[in-house]
Design a protein around this ligand. Structure first.
Ligand SMILES: [Zn+2]
Length: 74
């Protein structure tokens, strides 16, 4: 895999930093160069709980399918 390189200082180290966009109340997690602080990406913290909710829903569907399959074989 290629190594991520900062476009500004050519550094290879990156860190996560919390930042609040102007006019926003919720924080975003920013991926920034650990040497010069140039942002290279944003991690939206809202996607974590959304994925978790989907995982729970799928687990629920799976359980119901198992029950149906069990009822059909009995
Ligand atoms: Zn940099």
């Amino acid at each position: 895999m290629a190594v991520s390189t900062c476009a500004k200082c050519a550094g290879h180290g990156f860190e996560l930093a919390l930042f609040t966009p102007i006019g926003e109340s919720r924080k975003l997690t920013l991926v920034q160069c650990s040497q010069c602080g140039t942002p290279v990406g944003v991690v939206d913290p809202a996607t974590g709980p959304q994925i978790e909710a989907l995982t729970n829903q799928i687990a629920g569907i799976d359980q119901r399918l198992n029950r149906i399959a069990k009822a059909l074989t009995e």
